[in-house]
Design a protein around this ligand. Sequence first.
Ligand code: ARG
Length: 390
Amino acid sequence: MAKKVVLAYSGGLDTSVAIKWLMNKGYEVICYMGDVGQGGDVISAKKRALKIGASKCVVGDLKKEFVTDYVYPTLKAGALYQGKYNLATALSRPLIARAMVKTAKAENADCVAHGCTGKGNDQVRFEVTFHVKAPGMKVFAPVREWELKTREQEIDYAKKHKIPIEQTKKKLYSVDHNIWGISVEGGDLEDPSLGPKDDTYISVSTAEKAPDKAEYVTVQFNKGVPVAINGKKFTPVELIQKLNKLGGKHGVGRMDMVEDRLVGIKSREVYEAPASEILYMAHEALEELVLDRETRRYKKGVSDRYSEIVYYGLWFTPLKKALDAFVASTQYEVFGEAKLKLYKGKVTICGRKSGNSRYKKDLATYGKGDVFDQSLAKGFIDLWAMPYRT
Ligand code: ARG
């Protein structure tokens, strides 16, 4: 039986060299490219894979599934890793890995491979998914296994084996890009005492270059999921693309953080995710209005746990499924809209409305029409304080 491997292919240097490396190990290489909205030239990447010697290059459009089945559940959960990172890269890995397993099964391949290093989170996310979806399947991680220690050595290997590569000059940053966000690390960013340079801006304008005039946007939600912008319905993919563009123009969605990787090191990363920043803020504004206090409070813990599960590569696990069920049950109530102002790098809430609001003006008001019975407060406080009175 021919030894066949399905390789997660990006078109970049690492995975291009990996094709040859796997071939030299005696494998027939089938490349898999998952389109999660990373942009770039898929056609020429595909051509390159075949030119290097891949027997096939399968391209899967995963954008819609990515948004509806990965991004939206995480948005509904309100999950941000360490309170900041929207998990864009982390969310794409289980989806791509699962699609690779499907391809491997369809192509009768007995191995899968990815181009992650041994220091990052992505190797974990890929491999946990492989183990869950195809227990026993052999996994290669060429970049972790081979002898090529530097980018220069990889370029030499590529030249020696006549591997066509796009750019030979020193790569400035390591960038992972999808429709939900862009992750930038490496290069000058490795010094956390320095601010990110302007060349780390990819989809977002600097505040200085953003328009001097604010723009307002209203997002409509149904069951915790955004369905329309300014009253106009969009498909999930279009909606995010539109908000990315709008937010990016106004300098919204940049984030600079030092995060704790699963493998135990701290790393400094800059993220761009304009649509995400707008949607998280709008979603929370709506939840403030419709969720009861105790559900909101409990959900906060779930948000944190959910973010860790995603970050740690545990997407296809029972706990994640159980938390999804909890989150979904809180989201039936979450419909309505939030209005936001985008201005010079900042998103501000300018209003929220819901047919399901728990906000009762007649109870809250200090003005006319107050129906709150203040005489009840004394008894309430007496009992509330009782356990603590000596
Ligand atoms: N630190 C982020 C994560 O683990 C992003 C990883 C990929 N980043 C990159 N620049 N290649 O999810």
